[in-house]
Design a protein around this ligand. Structure first.
Ligand code: AMP
Length: 421
């Protein structure tokens, strides 16, 4: 679990800002659900035999409640959707979220125990157009975040019936070959054979080469859905690679499944930036209405490793410099006026020397210094010093806000440029 210090936060905020804007442009609204939910919710939604539920959840008992720090966002969003009867009010619901998730994993670069996900869910639209739109939105988002080498991997797992048939065929194929599998996959053979397909262990990879493909078991509806999704992506010119072995770690997926990778040189080829897919049976499985759904989650820390965006300019625009303690009161008032005008500023309330204050202005990245010495105080004026243009003007204090704003705008450090874009 990591601290994020102010030096790093600029890039975080920039990514969060671009994310919120993109999702809003696509009609999604933000939802905030609790960080803690009943353990049973995750077990039911994610699946008892998944790595997340078996090994990675931070669970604890409190009096009679069995609780868990949320390891992902979809289960909580689905619970909230059901609990608030959202389906009765709107046929299609588009929600996004951002926040910390908790998994007791072995930490390494891009894998942490508290990490942050940017995610979204669509409830109530079961069509392949919705899947294509989501994938295309994510590719645009990653391009806007300047992530190089973005690649989409796509698969269809079919519905529950398809998966049961495939599972049977997979177990029949793998059982006589069990001795060649890794010890972990030998255990998985009984509980979650599908996961053996995406094992990274070379022993498993060799065995699964000839395993039956899920694509041979898709029913007509699944096949139609997948074909139309591909058509839509082709029409959007959004490239993708079909990977029949893509299964992902959470049990709830049906039909469409996707992963997006990028910036291999920084993250390594195995590291996924975004994972998502359909979960058409989950809401009903949790006791809600029978609505189809699709969602994704992107790892914020991984996006920050992969993205080439830079931090916005740090620091402040102006330093108010009262020379001597007698000028501090006027300095505070002037700083308040500047802030009301949208100018980021600090006041040196220690009454330091002019030399010390100029040094401080440099360290803080302030372009303008507003000097209030004894004579300025007596005359009700201020010296406005532009450190970059090497100019100094004496003016009435009431004029200072407008002059400083003009100087900042002229230097294209407009008031708005401090907002991440
Ligand atoms: P998942 O919820 O497992 O489908 O993961 C979705 C995305 O969240 C992944 O592609 C990663 O970018 C990110 N992610 C998952 N687990 C971690 C973790 N332990 N540390 C950092 N990011 C993670």
């Amino acid at each position: 679990m990591n601290d994020v210090l102010p030096e790093e936060i600029g890039r975080w905020q920039r990514v969060e800002h671009v994310y919120a804007r993109t999702l809003s442009l696509n009609g999604f609204r933000e939802v905030r659900t609790p960080y803690v939910e009943p353990t049973a919710l995750f077990v039911r939604a994610i699946g008892e035999t998944t790595d997340v539920v078996e090994k990675e959840m931070y669970s604890f008992d409190h009096h009679d409640d069995a609780l868990t720090l949320r390891p992902e966002g979809t289960a909580g969003a689905a619970r909230a959707y059901i609990e608030h009867g959202v389906q009765a009010r709107e046929p299609v619901t588009r929600w996004w979220y951002a926040g910390p998730m908790f998994r007791a994993e072995r930490p390494q670069r891009g894998r942490y125990r508290q990490f942050h996900q940017l995610g979204a869910e669509v409830f109530g639209d079961g069509g392949p157009g919705c899947d294509a739109e989501m994938i295309d939105m994510l590719v645009s988002l990653l391009v806007e975040l300047r992530v190089p080498d973005v690649e989409v991997f796509l698969n269809s797992l079919g519905g529950p019936g398809t998966r049961a048939l495939h599972r049977e065929a997979l177990v029949s194929y793998l059982t006589p070959r069990a001795a060649s599998l890794s010890p972990y996959s030998q255990l998985r053979l009984q509980t979650n054979p599908l996961r053996i397909l995406d094992s990274k262990d070379p022993r498993d990879q060799e065995v699964v080469l000839g395993a039956p493909s899920i694509h041979d078991f898709l029913d007509a509806g699944d096949r139609e859905h997948f074909a139309r999704l591909r058509e839509y992506l082709d029409a959007l010119h959004t490239p993708y690679t079909v990977d029949a072995r893509l299964v992902r770690g959470l049990d709830y997926y049906t039909r469409t499944l996707f992963e997006i990778k990028g910036a291999h040189d920084k993250l390594g080829a195995g590291s996924t930036l975004v994972g998502g897919g359909r979960y058409d049976s989950m809401v009903a499985g949790l006791g809600g209405p029978d609505v189809p759904a699709i969602g994704f989650a992107a790892g914020l820390e991984r996006l920050l490793i992969a993205s080439e965006i830079t931090a916005p300019s740090k620091g402040i625009d102006a330093l108010v410099a009262p020379i001597g303690l007698a000028a501090v009161g006027s300095g505070l008032e002037l700083a308040r006026d500047l802030r009301r005008g949208g100018i980021r500023c600090e006041v040196d309330t220690r009454g330091s020397s002019l030399k010390g204050q100029l040094r401080r202005a440099n360290a803080l990245g302030a372009r303008i210094v507003l000097i209030l010495g004894e004579s300025e105080l007596a005359d009700g004026v201020v010296q406005v010093k532009d450190l970059e243009a090497h100019l100094q003007e004496r003016m009435a204090r009431g004029e200072a806000v407008r002059v400083v704003l003009d100087r900042l705008v002229a230097a294209s450090r407009s008031v708005d440029s401090r907002m991440p874009t």
